[in-house]
Design a protein around this ligand. Structure first.
Ligand code: NI
Length: 155
């Protein structure tokens, strides 16, 4: 495994639509392993392949319950609403308020290309929506309510 460079806002790759993964290859397996390592190293809760410069429909998420790998994710259903702070490894030092669905059902393949549906609420639902937006070339800053705020390390 290896750390990958996280692309930051202003990089064109973050504005492009990612392409479907047709088959799992050793190269794609390594990409997923590297994405997980990069996410954990950066203390993020999610990372999408375009954030490391690869236009493939792959996201990794871990909100503290273990890694979730979603290949070719499709959000099938959304319900409710949640409004809260959001941040992104591609927009360092910033956060902003975003309204998202409170519940989602997503269909995706895992790293073995086995299809399943995942139900998610609250933070996990937010993370899935945020990461799927990356696959469409969208950053959360487009949806921020009010101003983007600076994040300080000290509370
Ligand atoms: Ni992000």
């Amino acid at each position: 495994m290896a750390l990958r460079l996280i692309r930051e806002i202003g990089d064109e790759v973050l504005t492009k639509r990612a392409k479907e993964v047709k088959a799992m290859t050793p190269r794609t397996e390594k990409l997923i392993a590297d994405m997980l390592e990069t996410m954990y190293e950066s203390e993020g809760v999610g990372l999408a392949a375009p954030q490391v410069g690869i236009l493939k429909r792959i996201v990794v998420i871990d909100i503290g319950d273990g890694p979730l790998v979603l290949v070719n994710p499709v959000i099938l259903k959304t319900e409710g609403e949640q409004t809260g702070p959001e941040a992104c490894l591609s927009v360092p030092g910033k956060q902003g308020t975003v309204t998202r669905p409170n519940y989602v059902v997503v269909r995706a393949m895992d790293e073995h290309m086995v299809e399943r549906e995942v139900e998610a609420e609250e933070l996990l639902a937010r993370a899935i929506c945020h990461e799927c937006d990356h696959l469409e070339g969208k950053l959360y800053v487009e949806f921020v309510e009010g101003e983007l705020e600076d994040v300080t390390d000290e509370e």
